[in-house]
Design a protein. Structure first.
Length: 142
């Protein structure tokens, strides 16, 4: 019984920390670059550098990956980014991927949706310095 009480308190503290962390990120504007929003828009993101669109969408590139065949081999490539997003009281994370073949210039895009409002597509990258993301609103409500 004693272990159950301790575990429930630990879970409560961790939950409060995560909730506070997302709220503080959602309200973060200082140091974030602001970009005029147009639908769709091409945004260049750098790791751990927050940006904010003029429609109040805040974006932070939190992670990235690039998988390719071993040197000299042909095969599939996969590039992905992890984004933390917030707008108003809504916070969330998504992953966006682009697939291709080693040595080819044609790609397949796997867009991700967020909040039933935005769609994100990984367009290009300068690994690991910056990633270009196309952001479009499903319907322009602003």
């Amino acid at each position: 019984m004693y272990n159950f009480i301790i575990m429930s308190r630990i879970i409560a503290v961790i939950s409060l920390f995560l909730f506070w962390n997302h709220l503080s990120y959602a309200q973060q504007e200082e140091g974030a670059g602001t970009i005029q929003y147009a639908n769709p828009i091409l945004v260049e993101l750098e790791p751990n550098v927050p940006i904010m669109l003029t429609d109040s969408l805040s974006i932070l590139l939190t992670g990235y990956s690039h998988k390719r065949p071993t040197h000299g081999a042909s095969g599939q490539t996969k590039t992905g980014v992890q984004l933390s997003l917030s707008k108003g009281n809504n916070c969330g994370e998504i992953e966006v991927y682009r697939y291709g073949l080693q040595g080819e210039t044609a790609y397949t895009y796997a867009p991700s949706s967020w909040n039933d409002e935005y769609e994100f597509k990984l367009k290009d990258f300068d690994f690991p310095l910056s990633f270009k993301i196309v952001i479009s609103k499903k319907q322009d409500t602003d």
